[in-house]
Ligand binder design. Structure first.
Ligand SMILES: Cc1cc2nc3c(=O)[nH]c(=O)nc-3n(C[C@H](O)[C@H](O)[C@H](O)COP(=O)(O)O)c2cc1C
Length: 168
């Protein structure tokens, strides 16, 4: 059984709430859910599967607490590890919807980790997102502002997919 750790950054609490829902769906213990504001990237070393979540702020930027954490993570050798990314945003920010998912992917793709958990882009309504370069998002994206009712089924389906892909 692989060890799963969840790392999230949040400014108003929403991504933290989503992180706990994902943890429940995956059976991840509270002790393995980490707020990047108060965690060292070295903690990633304890896990086989890293679930990374950020909201998007500003004009399509990472949540603030991620910047120093991801800088530290970039210098780690994450080969042999699996990463799945999730993002929380707002579809009405239509030119930068959930950009943080793409930013995390770009920053970590050189670490040797394998990425899983791509999600269909066609179920969202937006004009542009750095989270995708085609038909799939680099991870699960959720809009808790306008479509919170859609999130639980998406989380549950994505958690099953991530577990399947990570254990393969
Ligand atoms: C000033 C501001 C800028 C935002 N910029 C974006 C954005 O560019 N793209 C996006 O998808 N969501 C954007 N959002 C929406 C937030 O990502 C969303 O409210 C999210 O639920 C916040 O999550 P958090 O509390 O975990 O930080 C923005 C929200 C605010 C208030």
């Amino acid at each position: 059984m692989k060890r799963y750790g969840i790392f999230y950054g949040t400014s108003t609490g929403t991504t933290g709430e989503v992180a706990r829902k994902i943890a429940k769906a995956l059976g991840v213990a509270d002790a393995d859910i980490h707020d990047v504001a108060t965690t060292s990237p070295v903690e990633m070393g304890k896990y086989d599967v890293l679930i990374l979540g950020s909201s998007t702020w500003g004009s399509g930027e990472l949540q603030d607490d991620w910047y120093s954490f991801v800088d530290g993570a970039q210098s780690l050798d994450l080969s042999g590890k699996t990463i799945a990314i999730f993002g929380v945003g707002d579809e009405t920010m239509s030119d930068t919807f959930c950009n943080a998912v793409g930013i995390l992917y770009d920053k970590l793709k050189g670490t040797g980790a394998r990425f899983v958990g791509e999600y269909p882009a066609t179920v969202y309504h937006y004009d542009h997102s750095d989270a995708t370069d085609g038909a799939t998002m680099r991870g699960l994206v959720l809009d808790q502002v306008n479509h919170a009712d859609l999130s639980d089924p998406r989380i549950n389906a994505w958690a099953d997919q991530v577990r399947r892909e990570a254990e393969a």
